[in-house]
Design a protein. Structure first.
Length: 152
């Protein structure tokens, strides 16, 4: 069986970049305002901490948008900008959908539930659409691959 990549398509990437671009611009505006208002050297630690936080937010967004999972005969390979992790199919206890209510709306993503270990979020599967056909398709493909691997 051929390997299958699961991640965001170009339209979804563009849509999430717009959202994250607005947040990034807001953070940049706050940093500029802080730079213009800071008078003494004592307050510069706050500026530095906010700068580090801003970089972490942007890198986290990039990792979420470009993260993917490769479904192979051996298992799942979760790939983000900062990590790569392989999970054999024998460790998988299930694939579940998780919903979280945030100020920005209701967000859903897929998680791989592992036997005797903590579950992990599958990259490239978060959405804020209530009934997302693409998320359902991704879940069906992963579950189909899992059941095929376990039946062999």
């Amino acid at each position: 069986m051929p390997d299958v990549w699961i991640g965001f398509n170009s339209d979804d990437r563009r849509r999430y970049w717009w959202r994250n671009g607005i947040v990034t611009l807001a953070l940049a505006a706050v940093m500029v305002a802080m730079t213009l208002t800071v008078r003494g050297p004592v307050e510069w630690w706050l500026f530095g901490a906010f700068g580090v936080f801003s970089v972490a937010v942007v890198l986290s967004a990039m990792s979420s948008i470009y993260g993917r999972v490769l479904l192979t005969a051996a298992g799942l390979e979760l790939r983000t900008l900062v990590s790569r992790r392989s999970i054999p199919w024998s460790e998988v206890a299930g694939i579940e959908r998780r919903q979280r209510v945030l100020r920005s709306g209701i967000w859903s993503d897929l998680r791989v539930v592992r036997v005797g270990r903590r579950s992990l979020t599958i990259p490239g599967t978060f959405t804020n659409r209530m009934r997302d056909a693409e998320l359902e398709r991704k879940q069906a493909v992963i579950q189909e691959r899992w059941s095929l691997a376990m039946s062999d």
